[in-house]
Design a protein around this ligand. Structure first.
Ligand SMILES: *Cc1c(COP(=O)(O)O)cnc(C)c1O
Length: 407
């Protein structure tokens, strides 16, 4: 056993599964994150699109304190009124009839994957096990979820790939058609706006194409809105920008406003097989989580909150187009939807993130050499302006750094 400073990663007793930035967190307030050494950052990561109301929102503090004095946890052997209440609200505001609460996104995916197979097994077609997923997807880190995501970097070294996952390119409609028509096909799982994969926003046409294939072949259409849901795109659910409805939807991240909560939403028909004994969770939907979830969802689902996301994201995106014109050597593309903003950069994205941090701005990474801006959904226009100023300083620094490197 050794003792060490928390910043000394080589000496740390934590699994080395993260490349942590040299920043020791002290406290947060709204869009700001304070480090132990006194530095203050504008935080456009927010726990990866999770703190929808920013750090330490007064209403969430109030909810957590009040519930902490009542009851925290009882597992799911008793009725939990707050669970019923949050499920009622989620169903009233979506296509869904039924909800299963989890502690994370990957567990919501796990529930959806089991639901899909059970749905077909109950119809006398247990051979229907294949879930069709797409390049650039991210569905979480459980064993099933990494198989669904299909990213080789997350699968290598963990033994054989699980059967029942078909991984295709969204740009290959013929392959998708063929896979959907296979007698073993069960469901299509897709993020309406990809998160980690580079912030690709699917068009209504693309989603409708998948819906039609599901209808023609008896498959379930499952939307992963763990990152893009709960107001992030300026609608409560990203699919609501289109006329396309799923049979199943997973959500998490902003749902708990920073408290670990996930949920799998489904229609009555899709969830019919999930009867007693088929699934469960000790912690999922516990009273403490539900109290915070109700408070966070109550704020984020207000129409004024969604209008605000659209106003701020409109401003941010317009200004980012200006930066793209001014920095054609740094910015290749602006992507995503609402306040899920992807910027495909030309220098290495990790270097851009480091330069941003040096300038007091925290931004997230993403595949396809993107950086992502995932601000709190209550970001003010003034805060957006401040962040844009820091981003401009970052791009100037990136330009300087590129000049110094030999061509
Ligand atoms: C973050 C994320 C997940 C996994 O959620 P965890 O809470 O980390 O398990 C799954 N799907 C998408 C789209 C995500 O962004």
């Amino acid at each position: 056993m050794t003792t060490s400073q928390p910043s000394d990663q080589a000496q740390s007793h934590l699994f080395g599964v993260y490349n942590r930035a040299p920043l020791e967190v002290e406290r947060g307030e709204g869009v700001r994150l304070h480090a132990r050494d006194g530095r203050v950052f504008v935080d456009l990561v927010q726990g990866i699109a999770t703190n929808g109301l920013g750090h330490c929102h007064p209403k969430l503090i109030k909810a957590v304190k009040a519930q902490a004095e009542k009851v925290w946890h009882v597992s799911n052997i008793y009725r939990i009124p707050e669970q019923e209440e949050l499920a009622n609200r989620l169903c009233a505001d979506s296509f869904a009839d039924k909800v299963f609460f989890t502690n994370s996104g990957t567990e919501a995916i796990e529930c959806a994957l089991k639901l899909a197979r059970k749905f077909h097994a109950d119809k006398g077609q247990p051979e229907r096990i294949d879930v069709i997923t797409f390049e650039g997807a991210f569905h979480g880190r459980s064993y099933a979820a990494v198989n669904a995501g299909g990213n080789d970097a997350y699968l290598t070294g963990f033994g054989p790939k699980l059967p029942g996952y078909v991984h295709l390119s969204l740009d290959d409609p013929e392959a998708i058609k063929a896979a959907a028509a296979a007698p073993t096909a069960a469901a299509i799982l897709v993020e309406p706006v990809q998160g980690e994969g580079g912030a690709r926003a699917l068009s209504e046409t693309e989603l409708q194409f998948l819906r039609n294939l599901c209808d023609q072949n008896g498959l379930l259409l499952m939307f992963d809105e763990i990152q893009c849901g709960v107001g992030r795109t300026g609608k409560l659910w990203a699919y609501q920008w289109t006329g396309v409805q799923p049979d199943v939807l997973t959500t998490a991240k902003a749902l708990g406003g920073g408290f670990p909560i996930g949920a799998c939403l489904a229609t009555e028909a899709a969830s019919a097989g999930m009867i007693p004994g088929t699934h469960g969770s000790t912690f999922g939907g516990n009273p403490l989580a539900m109290a915070v979830g109700l408070a966070a969802y109550g704020e984020l689902s207000k129409s004024e909150a969604l209008d605000h996301v659209n106003e701020v994201s409109g401003f941010l995106r317009q200004q980012l187009q200006g930066l793209k014109a001014a920095f054609p050597d740094i910015i290749e593309d602006i992507r995503g939807k609402g306040l899920l903003v992807g910027i495909k950069v030309i220098p290495n994205n990790r270097e851009v993130m480091t330069l941003a941090r040096d300038n007091g701005l925290l931004i997230a990474g993403g595949s396809d050499n993107c950086v992502r801006l995932l601000p709190p959904l209550n970001l003010s226009i003034d805060e957006a302006r401040e962040a844009l100023g820091l981003l401009e300083k970052t791009f100037i620094a990136a330009r300087e750094a590129a000049k110094k490197e030999p061509a």
